[in-house]
Design a protein around this ligand. Sequence first.
Ligand code: NAD
Length: 257
Amino acid sequence: MKRFENKSAFVTGAGGYIGSVTAKMLAAEGAKVGVCDINEETCAQTVRAITEAGGTAIAVPADVRDSASVDAAVAKTVAAFGGLDIMVHVAGGSARKDIKCLADQSDEVILRVLGVNLLGGIWTSRAAARIMREQGRERGGRIVNISSLVGVNGLWGCTDYAASKGGIMSMTKALAKEMGPFGVTVNSVAPGCVQRPGTGADDSDYALKTNFLGKKCEATDIAETILFLCSAAARFVTGQTWIVDGGRGLGMKGTDC
Ligand SMILES: NC(=O)c1ccc[n+]([C@@H]2O[C@H](COP(=O)([O-])OP(=O)(O)OC[C@H]3O[C@@H](n4cnc5c(N)ncnc54)[C@H](O)[C@@H]3O)[C@@H](O)[C@H]2O)c1
């Protein structure tokens, strides 16, 4: 029997690098996946990849900054697959080309970063919590949000991003306390630097320099941890942030990371 046979999952950012790999790996292990992203085209690509590989998925595009949009996407997943067992919020990112120190940052960029990373995590987690609580303790559930090592240690030019990812870690602890009695675990995963293909800077040696293992972190490294936290094997793990960074957060490597 596959690890997630008969499970219904909802994954945001599932048109992106880490999210698409997570959705595909969940589907390969038997989960039926509601594939959510603001980008309808990449959403459809992930659904196609899953179905061509013999899995089950539907596209449920949404803007995670908007609670009504999130609720509708989750409701479609629940209706299609008969409930919800797993919610993974991956959508997000830093200000990227607009990175600036906070004193110079615009309202628009700050609201975008906090909106996708933190409010997106709150809206998706709330939608999942409502459904999982209703389904009852026996069925239980798994909620996983993506944080970042930047939320642990901070990073110049990423104060907005650090606040959003730190918020995810705090939310994880509080929601774990609320949802434990309903058999639902709530955790987050904090990647260090993940090698995203095809994006200049991330193709450099930076991803190699920023860890102690001498290799680049790939989406599968993050997705494997997410899948573990969503599995029956992690039934007693809740309220935690799992750092997956090749030791980067330990510091003292002699570089500026
Ligand atoms: N790549 C890294 O080095 C790294 C490190 C630490 C944390 N993370 C976190 O991992 C997550 C995924 O990163 P990635 O590298 O796969 O990035 P990515 O850009 O490949 O994927 C992010 C996805 O989120 C989607 N998205 C953006 N705004 C959205 C919105 N409003 N509503 C719905 N979807 C939206 C995008 O369309 C995209 O498909 C992010 O939360 C990021 O902060 C990444």
